[in-house]
Design a protein around this ligand. Structure first.
Ligand code: C2E
Ligand code: MG
Ligand code: MG
Ligand code: MG
Length: 288
């Protein structure tokens, strides 16, 4: 809940926590140099249309391969980057890298990039996106920015204006991880989202008979349809869940069943292949 509130906060550590705190400090120092050392990479996970199974686009997901510790999850280092002031630089690099890749794909294939609330609330963000779009030559309508409700919780209320300026650029906006956190319906009213990404916690195992998740997914899909938004079910891993998600009318699907995040080469092949069969696309590999 304290996401983004970390800077300048005083914490009291138990003696046993000292090592954890200094480990964090070490990791933070390494993260500061990760970009110039070439330790960061971007991988791409297909987002597939529920009907027809063609590839609607890819989500860019950043990876950090630490020199001695190996792969470190973005769930761990993105919050660190947010707290130590690195997220702007890293986020801009991801955006630039992902747009350069998307420029090589067919025009119908979109690229989705995650935007941290801190990036979003930086007044320069619209200019940065405009410039990077121009440099890449990617049509703005192909770029989808994934935003969490964190943007509404962070300080600074430039959000309404930022949303309007982004829509003016012609990019698409997706509300990520929907259903977690506070998920006030007011957020849907507040911002011109084109898409809702239903969080994995509702999707995984939704097909089991005792699950209440399918009722929740159904409600989200109905809501999204009446607001003219697409829906993506995240984290679809099994055929049972895939079947259910289709029956519930989600428009797009993202999950291991259609492909794990893969390197740029694999993504390029898949982008041109157009359609993808569940579990039919086997050459899945993460970038090194
Ligand atoms: P997210 O934006 O919700 O991304 C989806 C996450 O779910 C990814 O994890 C993806 O690999 C994972 N996933 C997709 N399908 C499945 C599935 O079927 N099963 C399972 N178990 N997992 C699945 P990843 O890459 O570890 O990223 C975690 C989070 O880190 C992302 O969640 C996003 O919040 C953040 N993140 C990743 N890259 C970036 C970035 O470039 N910028 C920012 N600001 N955040 C990023
Ligand atoms: Mg995302
Ligand atoms: Mg998500
Ligand atoms: Mg997430």
């Amino acid at each position: 809940a304290a996401k983004g509130a970390g800077r300048g906060k005083h914490c009291f550590y138990e003696p046993a926590m000292h090592s954890e705190a200094s480990d964090r400090q070490l990791l933070e120092n390494d993260l500061r140099q990760a970009l110039e050392r070439g330790e960061l990479s971007v991988c791409y996970q297909p987002i597939v249309r529920a009907v027809g199974e063609d590839v609607a686009g890819f989500e860019a997901l950043v990876r950090w391969t630490h020199a001695s510790r190996g792969a470190i999850s973005p769930a761990k280092f993105i919050p660190l980057a947010e707290e130590c002031g690195m997220i702007g630089k890293i986020g801009e690099w991801v955006l630039k890298t992902a747009l350069a890749e998307a420029a090589r794909w067919p025009d119908r294939v979109r690229i989705a990039v995650n935007l941290s609330p801190i990036q979003f609330n930086n007044p320069g963000i619209v200019g940065v996106i405009d410039r990077l779009l121009g440099e890449s030559g990617v049509r703005p309508g192909r770029l989808e920015l994934e935003i969490t409700e964190g943007v509404f919780l962070a300080e600074g209320d430039a959000t309404d204006e930022t949303f309007a300026r982004l829509k003016n650029l012609g990019v698409r906006l997706a509300l990520d991880d929907f259903g977690t956190g506070y998920s006030s319906l007011g957020y849907l009213k507040k911002a011109p989202f084109d898409k809702i990404k239903i969080d994995q916690s509702f999707v995984r195992g939704a097909a089991s008979p005792s699950s209440r998740n399918s009722a929740i997914i159904r409600a989200i899909v109905t809501l999204a349809e009446s607001l003219n938004m697409d829906t993506v079910a995240e984290g679809v891993e099994t055929h049972d869940d895939l079947q259910l998600i289709r029956d519930l009318g989600c428009s797009q699907i993202q999950g291991y069943i259609f492909g794990k995040p893969g390197d740029a080469e694999i993504a390029g092949q898949l982008a041109r292949a157009k359609s993808v069969e569940a579990e039919g696309f086997q050459c899945i590999r993460e970038p090194r």
